[in-house]
Design a protein around this ligand. Structure first.
Ligand code: ZN
Length: 135
């Protein structure tokens, strides 16, 4: 069963953006840099899901380009699926447009892929695989 893993929000400044959540009394994670996406992120747990605040670390980051074009705001929705390899194979077979053909491996070893907005009702869709709890 899929779940909303997190919602990604593009911001100019993590410090400025996270303050509203701190004021609301929510726990905000420490800042983490994701080199391959050229972003710094903080996570704000909300119930079983999270908000992911994204700040560009470089002009050629997708987040910098997004903000230049559309301003700060909602960037992507991330769903957690049971089997990412299977989901990607099924999407490719059906002609779904992916941002990159390969499943990427993120910090901490989680696997992810982005579905292009043109195949997802105008929303950039990130898919991650549910982490199996180790026996
Ligand atoms: Zn994300």
């Amino acid at each position: 069963m899929a779940q909303i893993d997190h919602i990604g929000i593009a911001v100019k400044s993590l410090t400025a953006a996270k303050s509203i959540y701190e004021k609301l009394g929510l726990g905000v994670s420490s800042e983490e840099t994701v080199e391959q996406e050229r972003v710094r992120v903080v996570m704000v747990p909300v119930g079983e899901s999270r908000l992911e605040l994204l700040e560009a670390t470089s002009e050629d980051s997708a987040i910098a380009k997004f903000i230049a074009k559309r301003g700060e705001g909602l960037h992507h929705v991330c769903l957690r699926v049971p089997n990412l390899t299977e989901a990607v194979a099924r999407m490719k077979k059906d002609g779904v447009r992916l941002v990159s053909e390969q499943i990427k491996v993120g910090a901490g070893g989680h696997r992810y892929v982005f579905v292009h907005p043109s195949s997802a009702g105008g929303v950039l869709l990130e898919l991650v695989e549910a982490q199996e709890t180790q026996p």
